[in-house]
Design a protein around this ligand. Sequence first.
Ligand SMILES: *Cc1c(COP(=O)(O)O)cnc(C)c1O
Length: 395
Amino acid sequence: MNEDRFIPYAHQWIEEDDIAAVAEVLRSDWLTCGPKVAEFERSFASYVGASYAVAVSSGTAALHAAAFAAGIGPGDEVITTPLTFAATANCALYRGGIPVFADIDPRTYNIDPQSIEPRITARTRAIIPVHFAGQPCDLEAIHRLAQRHGLTVIEDAAHALGATYDGRRIGGLSDLTIFSFHPVKQITTGEGGMVTTNAQELYEKLLMFRSHGLTRDAGKWRHPSEPSPWYYEVQFLGYNYRLTDIQAALGISQLKKADRFLARRRVIVSQYNEAFADLPVIITPVEAAKAQSAWHLYVIQLAENAPDSRDKLCRHLKDSGIAANLHYIPLYRHPLYAGLSTRHQAPPGQSPDRRWLQEYPETERYYRRALTLPLFPAMTDADVSRVVEAVEKFF
Ligand SMILES: *Cc1c(COP(=O)(O)O)cnc(C)c1O
């Protein structure tokens, strides 16, 4: 491997058989929503242990569809973590709902169930836990809260394909679970996403939502007096969120490699953990009880003594040809969400930092100290050594 090659923080792994699978579809009769989409859905549902899977055009579309199926509507509140990508919160906004942020657990970086409870109101409709970096959330506590307050749980498992909680794969454990197949994620279809569920009623809503709220199923028609063979009905406002067969063929081929990719991620993580064990200034990631991470990201934190050392390390790595990154800027800090709640707003003349520190002390602490190092299955041992040496050299 070229020593000077820039090492990104994440990268897809496409092999010749993936390319052949896509080429085969291009030579076939179906380019979209044909047999490959159905096959991808079946194999995906079976892999994660869910009854149903619906393929859509992105993880963001999957979140939107799940929010629709969960019945989130105008004014409904949805509790999620601020330590996530914007799409997680936006699915509530797409439905006219309001994202409400809870604080994180300082050990797992996942949403802290104890911080969810005081934020539940009469308007709360759903909880969207995110399995941050691939580490499953405390689902037992989250399900207990959901049950007690009558809330729907939508797991954002965009990071967590292959992760297990209490010995079971993420994907069949809550009302709805969403996945993303963006190139930085465990497997890719270029763009793409999936929603899984065990409930037939939710499954049927998802299918229609993906395609204009339209049904060709005569058993569901509200105007059964229209018997013509060309008849269909649009029953609610849906979208074109379909995945193509071209993408699904890539997904089928990639899914077969998910376990191999994850095994390689685990090896790299243990190499990092071992190397950084000698550097007390670095806090390495842990797996929680009952959780086996899918290791989407390798996030370190710097022990607190030097406030700007994280940014200096980030710059040093960039100068060494290594992409370090920050996942994520807490969502409440972005202008879009800062305007949504008084929780995010400081009294006149006061900087909002103090308000944020009061509301989200653990997220703020994390935000000052965290850094994501490169982690992807196609990384070579030499790549890993280069990252480790660059970090060691800095300290
Ligand atoms: C990637 C990601 C999404 C969105 O997925 P896309 O396929 O990029 O639309 C949603 N949530 C989280 C946590 C993600 O990392």
